[in-house]
Design a binder for this molecule. Structure first.
Ligand SMILES: [Zn+2]
Length: 207
């Protein structure tokens, strides 16, 4: 589960019962439940995510900050930069050189985003509806990475207009996909929406 918040805001939201269970149909609230293992994510620094446990279904959740994706050693903005370069026509070796990452790692990201692009596009469209922003979706294109980059950029601009201030496209992508932008089956259509009615204010605080 990804929350668009910094550590202090997560503590606050957990303590005051403002984070809802991400499980579809549960409706319970998350309470503090220790910490996940500490790790270093390139581009996001050292972090130790909070764990929460639902007081309804008793399942535990790792509360990932918006700067990281699930099970990825590189931060959301690093992976986003690779997708942006790919949309601009660069190949995986050149991107790997620019980002100083192994070519095989970058090739893995690009292959995965192509295989889950349809899911990502659907989740972004749902997110736009949920936040109540209107934007013109990108024209259907033969290039799925370019379509994802374009739609996430359009969504970030629309959210920034709606909430004021700025909105990082790749942090937003991490939030709306529940950290599953590059998960094997792609994002779950319901995964990014654990905060229900609080989503807008939480995004405003965290993005
Ligand atoms: Zn629950």
């Amino acid at each position: 589960m990804t929350v668009g918040l910094d550590g202090a805001a997560v503590e606050n939201a957990l303590g005051s019962g403002r984070l809802g269970c991400p499980r579809v149909g549960c409706g319970g609230l998350l309470a503090r439940w220790g910490w996940a293992r500490e790790r270093t994510v390139r581009g996001a620094g050292r972090l130790q995510p909070r764990r929460g446990r639902c007081i309804g279904c008793l399942r535990t959740q790792v509360l990932l900050p918006a700067s990281v994706l699930l099970r990825r050693a590189d931060g959301a903005t690093v992976i986003g930069a690779a997708l942006l370069a790919k949309a601009g026509g660069a190949g995986h070796r050149r991107i790997a050189g620019q980002l100083e990452r192994p070519a095989s790692t970058v090739r893995g990201w690009l292959r995965r985003i192509v295989s889950v692009a349809e899911r990502v596009l659907a989740v972004c469209a749902a997110a736009a509806g949920e936040v109540g922003v209107e934007f013109v979706p990108p024209a259907p294109t033969a290039e799925p990475v370019a379509a994802v980059v374009e739609l996430i950029g359009a969504l970030a601009r629309a959210v920034a207009r709606r909430l004021g201030g700025s909105c990082s496209p790749w942090r937003l992508a991490a939030v709306v996909t529940g950290g599953r932008l590059l998960a094997p089956a792609g994002p779950d259509l319901a995964s990014g929406w654990a905060m229900g009615g609080n989503t807008n204010s939480l995004w405003a605080a965290g993005l």
